[in-house]
Design a protein around this ligand. Structure first.
Ligand code: 2AM
Ligand code: CA
Length: 273
């Protein structure tokens, strides 16, 4: 197992750490389910960017359990911030992803827990409790969906042409028609068969890994909700890069994930960026 001081790039993630990562995501998911239709106080951090009492409850649970077991590790979490370790281990936490959905009891929300070791995502778990699903991946160990105690391998779709693709993104529609910076994304949507907007980047990435979607576009720099997609999708046979086709890093301004067959075609359409 890589230790927090090892600069060596890990070839695979440790099974023991993986169980803990899955257990953490499940626990936060249980808190979310226990507060379903009861989000408590809802606040706007910035216009249309919500946070509820449950976001903070899940974050406290995740951080305290990680601190107890791995006190040396770095943590970057959506509400509390934090830091990324260069050579050691970093936890990326989105304690409640899909807060706008959760705040009105739409079932698509989740807890996202990922681990990076020496700069590489080695573990990821996305618990979507209202769906009853835990999606998880371990570097070198494949990607899986766990539902009702049974495990199913995840495999990306075989869609070969963008015109046959389900393309998913959560773009704000204000300015979508007129903002020139958003024109390349409009091009991708217009070249696809259908558009999906789920309201949760974590669920979107998991559903791409599962083959329910063919293309996923994220346009922000939010490492805590993109990190799980990177590992789930690559372990399920797909491809995840930044929006220029370069390797995704936590500093990237966006994420393009595809079933791999469509990656070059989407990058070409995005090329005008
Ligand atoms: P969140 O629920 O954890 O905030 C749809 O809105 C998706 O985009 C969700 O995964 C949401 O994550 C994410 N997102 C990230 N930053 C956001 C922002 N500033 N405003 C709205 N959604 C944001
Ligand atoms: Ca969140």
């Amino acid at each position: 197992m890589s230790t927090s001081s090892s600069p060596r790039e890990p070839a695979e993630g440790s099974p023991e750490l993986h169980d803990f990562v899955c257990d953490l995501a499940r626990s936060a998911g249980e808190v979310q389910l226990s507060r379903y239709e009861d989000p408590g106080e809802i606040r706007e951090k910035t216009p249309k960017d919500l946070v509820t009492e449950v976001d903070y409850l899940c974050e406290e649970l995740l951080i305290s359990r990680i601190r107890e077991r791995y006190p040396e590790d770095s943590i970057l979490s959506e509400e509390r911030g934090g830091s990324i370790s260069g050579n050691g281990r970093t936890w990326f936490l989105d304690p409640l992803d899909g807060t706008a959905n959760f705040s009105r009891a739409t079932p698509l929300f989740c807890a996202c827990v990922s681990v990076a070791e020496a700069g590489r995502i080695t573990h990821a778990a996305v618990s979507a409790p209202r769906l009853g699903d835990l999606y998880h991946a371990r570097l070198g160990g494949g990607a899986h969906r766990e539902t009702d105690g049974r495990s199913y391998p995840l495999r990306v779709s075989g869609t070969e042409r963008l015109e046959d693709a389900f393309t998913a993104a959560d773009l704000t529609f204000i300015g979508l028609g007129s903002d020139p910076a958003k024109a390349p994304f409009r091009e991708v949507f217009g070249s696809s068969w259908q558009l999906r907007s789920l309201g949760s980047a974590g669920v979107r990435g998991a559903w791409l890994a599962a083959g329910y979607l063919d293309v996923s576009i994220g346009t922000r720099n939010t490492a805590w909700d993109y990190a799980p997609t990177v590992l789930l999708v690559s372990e399920a046979g797909g491809e995840a890069t930044d929006l220029s086709g370069e390797p995704w890093t936590p500093e990237s301004d966006g994420l393009l994930a595809t079933n791999s067959l469509l990656h070059a075609e989407v990058l070409e359409v995005l090329g005008g960026r």
